[in-house]
Design a protein around this ligand. Structure first.
Ligand code: NAI
Ligand code: MG
Length: 357
């Protein structure tokens, strides 16, 4: 049976890298006999907003809920629509309503990409950041009192539920189990945040009992960020609350070079709702329309999507194709952000060709 994929290219370079993402997926689908059916949607973009006064149609949930996955480009065009409207009106709706409680980002230094960390080679940095994506510090519990007076008070509560903490930890431990190093690092701050963070630590210790073969350690978030920079080779799977995960999931990929190649996934592991796969980068208005955006973030996100759908070998082949094309380092093929003279199309085509084998 065909896997139904909803394609939402969004804005700016989202519309330029998406065709290369699809090209690569079609190449993998053909080689590994996977039946993918793509359906393209115009909503979830600023042009749609300008035409309809909203980012999504009222029945978006009904339209999308039956899909097996959402493949997203990038959203945002700040000159036309304020970012809080475009982002909250689209991506953040999907993440919440489809209960995509895992945000997953690989941090892997690829061949031919210069790490901003001195002396690091491919192989030195290869870990995942797993971020809790639905609760924690990003809650709507709180309020303001005595606004505009000297007694002004603002409160915003961190919300951690046992269900919410345990399910992200389980996902992270399961992921660690699939990896050769079998190591899990937890981000905490139980020395300063004295109620929720000790609770987080407690749930980590409890979950660890079910995974005796996983080596577990934890760091307070402040020194953990330093260690990402000083010792990125220490990490395998790193799990954090919504806020800590947010910080780490930008810092991690930043340690591996250009933003143009980093992929991400927002996952509903049970498959009750579709999961969403998208590059880390945004719509890049500064280079949009020139055809020079790096398509690797989109293509790699497509590989994560195939992995999620159960096609590990196809996913591995896609990532290997990206690595091969990067190691070859043909300047006519590579995009400008990674030192080449090529464009979105030349790089996308070269990778698709590799995937075809
Ligand atoms: P951005 O990621 O769009 O761009 C940051 C810088 O990186 C720019 O100089 C851009 O040219 C470069 N860049 C990004 N992707 C690239 C690629 N594939 N190849 C080569 N260079 C690339 O972030 P920025 O400028 O802060 O945001 C622009 C818009 O994108 C805003 O509306 C923002 O809200 C939105 N955004 C959307 C995201 C999403 O859809 N998930 C994520 C981040 C930003
Ligand atoms: Mg962030």
């Amino acid at each position: 049976m065909a896997h139904r994929i909803a394609v939402i290219a969004g804005d700016g370079i989202g519309t330029e890298v998406m065709p290369e993402g699809i090209r690569a997926l079609e190449a993998a689908a053909q080689r590994f006999n996977i039946d993918l059916a793509f359906t393209t949607f115009e909503f979830g973009s600023c042009d749609y907003y300008l035409a309809h006064g909203k980012m999504l149609p009222d029945d978006w949930f009904e339209q999308l809920k039956g899909f097996d996955a959402l493949f997203y480009g990038a959203v945002g065009w700040p000159d036309k629509v304020p970012d809080h409207i475009s982002l909250w009106g689209s991506l953040l709706q999907f993440r919440r309503q489809f209960d995509q409680y895992i945000n997953l980002r690989p941090c892997k230094l690829m061949p031919g990409i210069k790490s901003p960390l001195a002396g690091r080679e491919p192989g030195d940095i290869d870990f995942y950041v797993v971020r809790e994506n639905t609760e924690g510090e990003y809650s709507s519990v709180g309020g303001k009192m005595f606004e505009g007076t000297e007694r002004e008070i603002v409160l915003q509560e961190t919300v951690m539920s046992r269900v919410g903490v345990d399910r992200v930890l389980k996902y992270a431990f399961d992921l660690a189990q699939t990896r050769p190093r079998k190591k899990l690092t937890s981000a905490t701050k139980s020395n300063g945040i004295s109620i929720t963070m000790p609770y987080w630590d407690e749930r980590v210790a409890e979950m660890a009992k079910q995974y005796p073969d996983i080596a577990v350690d934890k760091f307070h978030i402040d020194i953990l960020t330093a260690n990402f920079v000083l010792h990125p080779d220490w990490f395998d799977v790193v799990v954090g609350s919504n806020l800590f995960g947010d910080i780490l999931s930008d810092l991690g990929p930043a340690c591996t070079g250009t933003i143009g190649i980093a992929p991400s996934a927002n996952i509903n592991p049970e498959g009750t709702f579709p999961s969403l796969f998208e590059p880390v980068h945004g719509s890049a208005p500064d280079i949009a329309g020139k055809g020079i955006a790096n398509p690797i973030g989109q293509i790699w996100s497509g590989a994560m999507m195939l992995e999620h759908l159960g096609y590990q070998e196809a996913a591995d082949t896609m990532v290997k194709a990206i690595e091969d094309v990067l190691s070859e380092g043909d300047s006519q093929v590579l995009t400008g952000d990674i030192g080449g003279l090529g464009n979105t199309l030349s790089l996308g085509q070269a990778i698709a060709e590799r995937i075809r084998g």
